[in-house]
Design a binder for this molecule. Structure first.
Ligand SMILES: [Zn+2]
Length: 412
């Protein structure tokens, strides 16, 4: 592949919505998103790819190969960003995919499968408040009406904005079953960088379970109630948070727990609270382990309530099961790294990605590049071109293995 051309395109794309401190701001279906889409479409037409967009504004560029009726190998990600976001999140995967497809075309190899690059709408969920909206819509996670009626902060509808920027296409243009979907993305965490490993082979996306925990006790006067006469639910809540966190820490595995919201009733400086509620977010890449962690956390809550003579309630808010990527694709990706002497690490994604839903259309895998300082969703987001080169090379060879005949792989 032509890394200089990839870099040129990357820098050109980063100019659209460029922020003062080196990031980008391109909210989904905004004028800047339209500008980025127009540029990408222009490149795709110049490269003589077949282009189309579907009824959610997901865009596709395609190289037919010898058997256009076969299932395609799809590479891709997203071009929208969060407010004051970085240049790499999403865009890198779109442009690396594009470069791989273009170099396949230039080498005039006989493709055994069509190859496509896909750009999905509103992945960030920063403007229309559901992440991975475009990929979720074509895979049956969300209904068309739900997506179309979704509104931004200014009460503007998804469908109206899609029409306004000129990217409402035909339903028949949606991506259907795929032979494979491969998404290259920045890690957005510190693991690869801290171990100085250039490529992450992503085994799946961890699952999450959200809960609201409530402790109730007895409200009373702060100045007249001796400490040993109190049933203070805040103390129970604090003890529960501390005990659950210590337990998770002692597991020393991939379990994560976060208590992000805290609320006391009545919430007055001189009153012992009557009720305390807080959120609990638990994550793990394995489904049954995740369920087990949730059960133990709930048991710890009940134990504390019993010890403190307070009452507890644990309400389930939502559950997203872990996603496992395809074993054969993971192996092919690892072999591609091995052949080229590229060091890799197998890991799970902590964040959601389009690949999570694309999993429903066929086998899927992701490739991670290191994030400098583990930072993402900010203007400081950075990945070195040395790392990008290695991850792209691993991905390119994987695509070649999937799309070319045995003889052509030997010849290349
Ligand atoms: Zn992303």
């Amino acid at each position: 592949m032509n890394v200089e051309r990839l870099k040129r395109r990357f820098n050109k794309m980063a100019e659209i919505g460029a922020t003062e401190r080196g990031g980008v701001q391109r909210l989904a279906l905004s004028d800047l998103d339209k500008e980025a889409r127009d540029l990408w479409m222009k490149w795709a037409r110049e490269a003589n790819f077949n282009v189309r967009f579907d009824d959610f504004g997901n865009m596709y560029a395609r190289l037919n190969g010898r058997f256009p009726e076969k299932r395609p190998i799809v590479l891709g990600s997203h071009l929208d960003s969060v407010p004051q976001g970085g240049r790499f999140d999403g865009t890198l995967g779109v442009l690396v995919g594009f470069e791989i497809m273009e170099s396949l075309k230039e080498r005039e190899l006989e493709l055994q499968h069509p190859v496509e690059v896909a750009v999905f709408s509103n992945e960030e969920g920063a403007r229309f408040p559901t992440p991975m909206l475009g990929s979720g819509a074509i895979t049956g996670v969300f209904t068309k009406q739900h997506v179309y009626d979704m509104k931004d902060n200014n009460e503007l509808r998804f469908e109206d904005e899609l029409k306004r920027i000129g990217y409402q296409g035909e339903e028949t243009n949606r991506l259907k079953q795929v032979e494979a979907f491969i998404e290259l993305h920045i890690e957005q965490g510190p693991v690869l960088e801290s171990r100085t490993i250039p490529v992450g082979v992503v085994k799946g996306i961890q699952g999450l379970s959200w809960h609201q925990v409530q402790f109730s006790g007895e409200s009373d006067h702060a100045g007249t109630t001796p400490l040993d006469h109190r049933k203070d639910p805040l103390l129970s809540a604090v003890r529960a948070v501390y005990r659950i966190n210590s337990w998770v820490n002692s597991l020393n595995d991939e379990t994560l727990v976060t208590f992000g919201k805290f609320h006391t009733m009545p919430g007055t400086i001189n009153v012992i609270p009557s009720e305390v509620t807080f959120s609990m977010d638990i994550r793990h890449p394995d489904r049954s382990t995740l369920l087990n962690r949730v059960e133990v956390a709930k048991r710890l809550v009940r134990e504390i309530a019993l010890e403190d003579d307070t009452l507890s309630l644990c309400e389930d808010l939502s559950f997203m099961p872990p996603v496992d990527f395809d074993h054969s694709l993971i192996e092919t990706l690892k072999e591609s790294c091995g052949h080229q002497g590229i060091e890799y690490l197998e890991l799970f994604s902590g964040a959601g990605h389009d690949a999570m839903y694309l999993n429903r259309l066929g086998r899927t895998v992701m490739v991670f590049t290191p994030s400098t300082g583990g930072k993402s969703h900010c203007e400081e987001e950075e990945t070195s071109w040395e790392d990008i080169k290695l991850a792209s090379a691993a991905m390119e060879q994987t695509v070649a293995k999937l799309s070319l005949s045995r003889q052509e792989i030997i010849d290349t």
